[in-house]
Design a protein around this ligand. Structure first.
Ligand code: PLP
Length: 409
């Protein structure tokens, strides 16, 4: 290991142009080394704490990524039976998987519990059902809504009072009533505040709320503080200072454990933090339109492959791989979907020519997993570069894939 901590904007050691040449366009490419480095950073920051990392795999469920996570000792947080199944196909034991549902049919909870996963109960009716169904025979965690507003924007805040997620911390009396009625075994309290949280302060605030609530549950083994760590989107961006955050939360956590009278496990469920910076969406420039109003760069991809800019207004840094030293010009980079489909507005890029390869950064999280077949477009292939090897980990879709659920062909 080199001593200097590389920044995400100088370390894409993988040869993006060569990958596109080999596997075609558009293409999702992931750098395994980045995932390993990010997981290492998190573990390092909580050195001395009984820490478990539960990768929130909705960010990226490629089985090769799940297998890599498993290899480096990272467990899983899933939000659906499909994700649970994929985790098990990737080799996880169900006991290493947490199911964190959001108002799902109770039968989904039953199948997860019967498979051996542990559940984050997110409503009083589900808690009732859980008690009636399992009594004290199965452990569960409770998802608390701490009524704290934090996160990058309103669409990705999940712990404010108006959020649909979890059981309000103001309803603890009711929770305890149900727990008592069925003798339910609550082994952990969970919360997930939102995404793109930079500072330790919101984590400490919700941690304190959870610690306070925890005093009312005598059999806890786990405090689960969710995910949401901010990653860098821009060169020089302010990101979560993991070392400082680790130090601050560890201190508070140790104090809490002393008060509680027992050492507990501390869980986090990062999605973005582990995989965002590892991923690139590589596309080709189809047309450069020098319009009187604006210069448009059209590419062979769109919101069907990467919806974050249109859905959340997310910023994805763009590199012109084919002409990195070209003179800077200002462009709108747009997709081919018949719908407003803008990746970037007024973006300065080295001059873009027809056929140039562009790379969207931070495409490892919520890229492929949020993709669709809108406009009857096919999803791209995915490639993982790990231990010096590039490997196709999902083939490009074909028209047959699109037609296979249609009955009238
Ligand atoms: C989505 C999600 C996460 C991960 O959020 P990131 O911002 O990607 O870290 C963690 N926990 C739960 C319950 C989630 O739904």
């Amino acid at each position: 290991m080199s001593s200097a901590e590389p920044t995400p904007f100088s370390t894409h050691q993988i040869d993006l142009a060569a990958l596109l040449e080999t596997y075609g366009s558009p293409l999702y490419a992931y750098d395994g080394a980045t995932i390993r480095r990010k997981a290492g950073e998190l573990k390092q920051a909580f050195d001395g704490i009984d820490l478990k990392i539960k990768y929130a795999c909705k960010a990226n469920t490629n089985l090769a990524i799940l297998r890599l996570m498993r290899e480096i000792g990272v467990e899983l947080d899933v939000v659906s039976p499909g994700e649970l199944e994929m985790g098990m196909i990737a080799g996880y034991n169900a006991s290493q998987i947490t199911f964190t549902p959001s108002g799902v049919p109770f039968e989904e909870v039953r199948s997860a519990v019967d498979a051996g996963a542990i559940v984050n109960v997110d409503s009083i009716p589900l808690l009732e059902w859980f008690g009636q169904t399992y009594g004290n025979t199965k452990p569960c965690l409770i998802r608390i809504k701490p009524n704290v507003a934090a996160g990058g924007n309103a669409k990705i805040m999940t712990a404010h009072a108006d959020s649909k997620f979890g059981i309000s911390v103001l309803m603890l009396d009711e929770v305890l009533e149900v727990v008592k009625k069925y003798d339910i075994k609550i082994v952990g309290l969970h919360q997930h505040t939102g995404s793109d949280i930079k500072d330790a302060e919101p984590f400490l605030k919700v941690a304190d709320i959870l610690f306070e609530a925890a005093k009312r549950f005598p059999d806890l083994e786990i405090i689960d503080l969710g995910g949401g760590f901010k990653v860098s989107y821009l060169p020089g961006d302010h990101v979560t200072d993991m070392e400082l955050l680790g130090k601050n939360i560890s201190e508070r956590f140790n104090t809490f454990c002393n008060e509680y009278g027992r050492k507990l496990q501390l869980w986090f469920e990062p999605g973005k933090f582990l995989v965002s910076e590892s991923g690139f969406l590589l596309v080709k420039t189809t047309v450069v339109k020098e319009d009187p109003a604006r210069n448009f760069v059209h590419v062979d991809s769109g919101l069907n492959h990467l919806i974050r800019p249109m859905m959340y207004g997310s910023y994805h840094h763009i590199l012109n791989i084919s002409n990195p030293g070209g003179p800077l010009k200002t462009y709108n980079v747009v997709g081919y979907i018949c719908e407003t489909d803008t990746f970037a507005t007024d973006r300065e890029l080295p001059e873009v020519r027809q056929g140039d390869v562009l790379a969207f950064l931070n495409a490892g999280a919520y890229g492929f997993t949020m993709s669709s077949n809108y406009n009857a477009r096919l999803r791209p292939a995915e490639v993982l570069v790990d231990n010096g090897n590039a490997r196709l980990v999902r083939r490009r879709e074909t028209l047959e894939d699109l037609l296979k659920t249609q009955m009238d062909i």
